[in-house]
Ligand binder design. Structure first.
Ligand code: ADP
Ligand code: MG
Length: 246
């Protein structure tokens, strides 16, 4: 009886994320949109900001009664991978008016006009912290791999990243962080705010651990990219999420 109850309880968190993947496939999409990606992360216990999607500036007033400023606005389009490069991210907006102005400016930009627009994601700002990246990909021989790196130039220029084959243990997650040449900056080197190592290890396990996201959806997810996750001294919040389906 107890065993049976466990089976049922364990099915619940697995079914809901699977529906997000099925919905994207039903729309012939090769990737989850940012909001679906964040729902997937949240269903594995990873913190994501509170957010709402609006179709246009006319829906902003209602949305802003449910969110706490400052917020970020982001373009949602299957045609735009790098939102900032397209002028599709505006951070630190303090009022509904600022949000509407940002949406109207985005809607008028040529690159965004040329794209299919799903809507605009309005999202609360994560607490300040250090930006890290957690990624996942599928190796044809070894199956899912999980990756961690420090954000910005550490990943893009220095390629300071660490990989492990899933599923990882807590010790693996700790070692992944120790492998990074820039690991000392997490502790607050060079005037940075210290980032919670425990929160990063916890997030790595939720992504790459035994019952984690990558293992559970190994047949569906080709690539995962949480870039960035913002880590303060007590929390790690995924503020961008991209999942490419197999
Ligand atoms: P993209 O990578 O597609 O350009 P992101 O969603 O990563 O867009 O946003 C760009 C940058 O804006 C992030 O790297 C981060 O620095 C900042 N940012 C985005 N969302 C938030 C948020 N909710 N809270 C704080 N900063 C954010
Ligand atoms: Mg990003």
């Amino acid at each position: 009886m107890v065993l049976q109850m466990f089976a049922v309880m364990n099915d619940i968190p697995k079914m809901i994320p699977q529906k997000l993947i099925e919905a994207a496939r039903a729309q012939q999409r090769s990737a989850l949109d940012e909001q679906a990606g964040k729902s997937l992360l949240a269903s594995y216990g990873i913190s994501v900001p509170q957010s709402l999607t609006v179709k246009n500036a006319g829906e902003v007033d209602a949305a802003m009664t449910k969110l706490r400023a400052p917020v970020v606005v982001k373009i949602m389009s299957p045609d735009i991978l790098h939102k900032s490069d397209a002028g599709g991210v505006k951070v630190g907006l303090k009022s509904a008016t600022e949000v509407k102005d940002a949406i109207n400016a985005m809607a008028a930009s040529p690159q965004i006009k040329a794209a299919r627009i799903d809507g605009y994601l309005i999202e609360e700002m994560a607490p300040a912290g250090q930006e890290i990246v957690i990624g996942g990909l599928r190796d044809p021989y070894f199956g899912p791999l999980v990756m961690v790196g420090l954000g910005g130039i550490f990943v893009e220029v220095l390629r300071d990243v660490s990989f492990r084959i899933c599923p990882i243990t807590r010790l693996d997650a700790e070692e992944m962080l120790d492998d990074l040449k820039g690991a000392a900056v997490l502790a607050g080197a060079r005037g940075r705010k210290p980032a919670s190592r425990a929160a990063i290890v916890d997030a790595l396990l939720k992504v790459g651990g035994e019952n984690g996201l990558l293992m559970t959806h190994a047949d569906d997810i080709a690539e995962a990219d949480i870039n960035p996750m913002i880590v303060s001294d007590n929390a790690a919040v995924a503020v961008d999420a991209r999942f490419i389906l197999k």
